[in-house]
Design a protein. Structure first.
Length: 61
């Protein structure tokens, strides 16, 4: 892609890498963790310093 979109979902030279893992205990419980890294050489990228981590724990009924 060349250039950028007005509301920033598309930015030239942006790279996004997400790594995650899910663990299950039996059929009922689960835990999920992920990390997203925004990288690349974009001149204007509002997400450049917005890496984030996520953790979720749950149970199925």
């Amino acid at each position: 892609m060349r250039g950028l979109a007005i509301d920033n979902p598309l930015v030239e030279d942006r790279r996004q890498l997400t790594l995650g893992v899910t663990a299950k205990h039996g059929q009922r419980y689960f835990a999920r963790a992920s990390y997203t890294d925004y990288a690349g050489g974009a001149h204007y990228d509002p997400l450049a310093d917005h890496d984030y981590a996520s953790v979720a724990v749950g149970a199925a009924f």
